[in-house]
Write a protein that binds this ligand. Structure first.
Ligand code: IVH
Length: 673
């Protein structure tokens, strides 16, 4: 290729690559495959190898590399880089607007509102359309030359778009370098995998990345950039800020699409509320709203005070991370029996609320973060929900801090606690633990358990809250006045519950085992245990080895079951139930019962026995219960008001019997439910 065509092709390739970089790094909308992008890059590399004069610093092939520097050169900004005054609440904002209206002699000022990006300010200088220098703000007058580092970031355009017309001889643009939340998370994940210490927050990480002496290190940390102001520009002026931003955009420079024109104070308030609400959806961290006068002439008239302009202000969001003291660590027991450590904090205002407790999740989390009683910690409100500890401020340790030891016994009931292998959560094994009592009572009384009709969640909650019951056995000591005195209870429903309790005293062994609420022991396991051991005593005294021999019981489950029945508090619970007259019925040996091998469907309302009792009685006699009618169904038991299942059975010609017939069959073939 001759030099002229090579020059032309190289320019085309650079423009294409710059376009794809913009799509990918600024707009988050890649429009080519990685492979296609790599092909463009390779063609450019080859072209530059054949024509070395083409290999200029503004070529995208030159982004990686550059030798590590000894130190950063100082750069004096041609125009001072200002910073912003802050306002923290509505009254300070009102003062700002009043001050402006007064000095401009206007009723209303038009503002542009932008997110205040939480990164660090930089300045880029483009000379004849090419990136000549990039620098940090420094003290506003003198910053550091970080050109080599900025070049490695593909979010930073190396050249202005040519299609926008002839570039200005000199353009100084200001903006913010920051790290997106997702990039930060990915970077930390990578570091964790590689055993490197993780970074604290995106802002510090971005600042650290930019101030690396070795550009290769910067290159490995993805930074983003939005430009929002112009310093010196030759051959161009703007009537408004909005016009200026549109022009920057037309040059291919990254400009934040999130911005809003605001008329006067009400407009700012709206923009603030909107941004605060969207804050967590944004890809980057935002710590406030920047409010700027739109009209450039008005800006000139307003001028500046010391280091900040009079025409702009940062309306800060409430901070989301604050430092405070861990006064103690306590352990809560939830309704499921899970033990959750909680840090008790010196109250601190974070993200709009006062926080005095923060979850520590579990034992591992305490160890990972190394939180000790007496530590100074950074507290964060994650996604506006439960406050948590972001990190310990280890530099403030005095040596007087106390390490926390996770309890071996439940802090509420004193029963042993158990942590499953490979799991993070520790559970209380106490069947009578008050923290879990309401939930356990509900399970105990459930249809699949002791089948106490009418004893629902609300009633269980009331019984526990009003201390009417302190364990399962207490249910059997309830009397009519106590029950009838509860909310939403009449004398009739109270009597119904007493009757249901009386009826529940002879459960099958499997129901009884299920009702006890041993972790991992569901209906199926309870049935297997009952069929294997055939007596409560044998289950209670089974060793872990013996339990492992039971079908479908693994070693972890055997350990939990063993623990449960060995725990003295649980033994006491069972003793109390037996003393209250509860008598589990061991399963009978069935060879060929009346329902042997038959698939039975129950439908409609049964009146003389409960559906659960019918189900169990049929199963005990060798039948199998199914939920729906098909050609495989052998028998349908139709109670009162049977509907679609009965109809289907009739259509398919499946045999149908009524409740009286069922009860008769059950009576003839052995003991009832
Ligand atoms: S304008 C003269 N716009 O906030 C005004 N600054 O506290 C110069 N910042 O140093 C800044 N987002 O690092 C402006 N949309 C935004 C900004 C922004 C973040 C930072 C910037 C500045 C600091 C002032």
């Amino acid at each position: 290729m001759d030099p002229a065509s090579a020059t032309l092709r190289a320019r085309q390739l650079r423009e294409e690559i710059a376009h794809h970089d913009h799509q990918y790094y600024v707009l988050d909308r890649p429009d080519v495959s990685d492979a296609a992008y790599d092909r463009l890059m390779r063609e450019l590399v080859d072209l530059e190898a054949a024509h070395p004069f083409l290999r200029t610093p503004d070529s995208p092939t030159q982004r990686v590399g550059g030798a590590p520097a000894e130190k950063f050169e100082k750069v004096t900004h041609r125009l001072q880089m200002l910073s912003l005054a802050n306002v923290f609440d509505d009254s300070e904002l009102t003062e700002f607007d009043e001050r402006l209206r007064k000095s401009l002699g206007r009723d209303e000022v038009e503002y542009v509102c932008e997110p205040k990006l939480d990164g660090l300010a930089i300045e880029l200088v483009y000379e004849a359309g090419r990136l000549a220098r990039g620098s940090t703000r420094g003290d506003g007058t003198v910053g550091e030359d970080v050109t080599a580092n900025l070049r490695t970031e593909r979010s930073v355009p190396l050249a202005l778009k040519v299609s926008a017309g002839p570039p200005p001889p000199v353009l100084e643009v200001r903006g913010e370098v920051f790290m997106k939340k997702a990039d930060f998370a990915r970077l930390n994940e990578r570091r964790e995998r590689e055993g490197e210490p993780t970074f604290v927050n995106p802002r510090n990480t971005a600042a650290g990345a930019l101030r690396q002496l070795d550009p290769a290190v910067t290159a490995s940390r993805p930074l983003s950039l939005f430009l929002y102001e112009v310093g010196v520009v030759e051959g161009r002026s703007f009537a408004t800020h909005v016009e200026k931003l549109a022009w920057l955009e037309s040059l291919g420079l990254p400009v934040n699409p999130v911005k809003r024109l605001a008329r006067g104070l009400p407009g700012i308030r709206e923009a603030y509320a909107e941004l605060l609400g969207r804050r967590h959806e944004l890809a980057y961290e935002v710590d406030g709203l920047v409010v700027k006068v739109n009209d450039e002439d008005l800006r000139l008239r307003l001028g500046q005070v010391s280091k900040s302009p009079r025409w702009a202000v940062a309306y800060k969001f409430p901070p989301e991370e604050e430092e405070t003291l861990v006064e103690d660590i306590e352990v809560n027991v939830g309704r499921t029996g899970a033990l959750t450590p909680v840090a008790l904090l010196k109250p601190v205002y974070v993200g709009g609320v006062t926080v005095s407790r923060a979850t520590l999740h579990n034992e591992d989390e305490i160890r990972r973060k190394d939180v000790r009683v007496g530590d100074r910690v950074l507290v964060r409100r994650a996604g506006d929900v439960i406050p948590e500890i972001a990190q310990v401020v280890t530099t403030r340790r005095t040596g007087a801090e106390r390490e926390f030891h996770f309890p071996k016994a439940c802090p509420v009931c004193g029963a042993e606690v158990l942590r499953e292998e490979g799991a993070a959560i520790t559970y209380c094994t106490g069947a009578a633990c008050p923290a879990q009592l309401a939930r356990n009572l509900r399970h105990f009384a459930s249809r699949e358990g002791m089948d106490v009709e009418g004893l629902g969640e609300k009633l269980c909650d009331q019984l526990v809250a009003q201390r009417k019951v302190s364990g399962y056995a207490g249910l059997y000591a309830l009397d009519l006045p106590t029950l009838a005195g509860l909310e939403h209870m009449g004398e009739k429903s109270a009597q119904n519950i007493l009757d249901a309790l009386a009826r529940s005293k002879h459960p099958s062994l499997r129901r009884f085992l299920y009702a006890l609420g041993v972790r991992h022991v569901g209906e199926a396991t309870a049935k297997t245990l009952a069929e294997h051991f055939r007596s409560l005593d044998k289950v209670l005294n089974a060793t872990e080895d013996e339990l492992t021999l039971v079908r479908d019981v693994g070693s972890e489950m055997a350990r939990e079951i063993g623990h449960f029945f060995r725990e003295p508090r649980n033994r006491a619970v069972i003793e109390a139930l037996l003393a209250a007259g509860v008598e589990p019925v061991p399963p009978e040996v069935v060879e060929a019962g009346a329902f042997a091998g038959k698939t039975v469907v129950l439908t409609g309302t049964l009146e003389t026995i409960t559906r659960e009792q019918a189900k169990e009685a049929i199963e005990r006699r060798g039948g199998k219960i199914s939920g729906s009618v098909s050609r495989k169904t052998d028998l349908v038991v139709a109670g009162a008001e049977a509907g679609s299942k009965l109809k289907k059975a009739q259509e398919l010609g499946v045999k149908v019997i009524d409740e009286a017939t069922l009860v008769g069959l059950l009576g003839r073939s052995g003991s009832g439910g």
